[in-house]
Design a protein around this ligand. Structure first.
Ligand code: GLY
Length: 301
């Protein structure tokens, strides 16, 4: 059994952006599926899928990300191998086009877990990973949004998940032919965020978690709320401790987010057999999945 699920964010995706999200998650799935179908690893599949969405300006990850209050782009990303239990993450990192790749190298080539800001950039340079200019990540749509937000008095991260303000975090969970489950997540965070603000995406147990004996989870949504309920690990614990199946565990996670902190968001997961599940309480969530039991990709927004 091989299996892959990707997401391109849970929010009120407007009608005129649905097609771009559909195309984006479909391309991300294909990139990761090609890896798995060719006998590649779940780590490579997750990195390849997320790279596609980081490079696609449709999504709030890599190029196309939201701009912080200073007009800069700060990115968060994480990846976790559920068999080795090794993790790698970057937070508030600038000048990196594919933060998921830096997270992977931290996981595989260091004994660290999480690097922030200039330390993460220094690590990327030490490992000959490419850096870029802030302007290479900035797109006109987000520059305009940032300018408009400067005229508004108050805008909290929570607001990004209500109404039609985009909030697009991307992620992927893969199971390879060796039964290794890997989860990863990448985001530009929330619009006009405070410099240095870190959301759930680079925090293990919050936005990302994997345990090949149980399953793997990647989350999207209001980061401060997801951190408060330790969403990804809560979902894994639900499966492990109660025997809940993936659908029930994903629904439990979203109910917990809503009931405990009035949060909005979405979850994609694979259970230990590679069965995909999805739950969200936003109007839409962009996602795509495939398993070796299926003849075609499923792409839904
Ligand atoms: N879920 C992404 C963030 O809040 O940063």
């Amino acid at each position: 059994m091989i299996s892959l699920i990707v997401h391109g964010g849970a929010w009120n995706i407007p009608a005129d952006m649905v097609e771009a999200h559909r195309t984006g998650v479909a391309a991300a799935l294909q990139a990761g599926w090609k890896v798995l179908a060719g006998g590649g690893s779940a780590v490579q599949a997750v990195e390849s899928s997320i790279q596609v969405m980081e490079d696609d300006p449709t999504f709030d990850a890599g190029r196309g990300s939201f701009v912080n209050a200073l007009g800069e782009i700060e990115l968060d990303a994480s990846i976790m191998n559920g068999t080795t239990m090794r993790c790698g993450a970057v937070a508030s990192v600038q000048n990196i086009r594919n933060p998921i790749t830096v997270a992977r190298v931290i996981m595989e080539k260091s004994d660290l877990v999480l690097l922030t800001g200039i330390g993460a950039v220094r690590f990327a340079k030490e490992h000959q990973l490419p850096t870029c200019k802030n302007d290479d990540l900035l797109v006109g749509r987000e520059l305009q949004r940032w300018k408009k937000l400067q005229t508004q008095k108050k805008f909290s991260p929570k607001d990004a998940f209500r109404g039609t303000v985009p909030s697009d975090t991307v992620g992927a969970v893969a199971m390879d032919a060796n039964g290794i489950i890997v989860a990863g997540t990448s985001t530009g965070g929330t619009p006009n965020k405070h410099p240095g603000r870190v959301g759930d995406s680079p925090l293990f147990g919050c936005g990302t978690y994997a345990d090949s004996a149980v399953g793997g989870v990647s989350c999207s949504g209001w980061g401060e709320g997801i951190i408060a309920v330790v969403l990804a690990k809560s979902v894994i614990d639900k499966m492990e401790m109660t025997g809940a199946d993936g659908d029930a565990a994903a629904s439990y996670g979203i109910q917990r987010l809503a009931s405990k902190v009035d949060g909005l968001g979405g979850i994609v997961l694979l259970d230990k057999r590679g069965k995909p599940s999805i739950a969200y309480n936003t109007p839409r969530m962009a996602r795509a999945y495939r398993t070796s039991d299926m003849n075609a990709d499923v792409v839904e927004v």
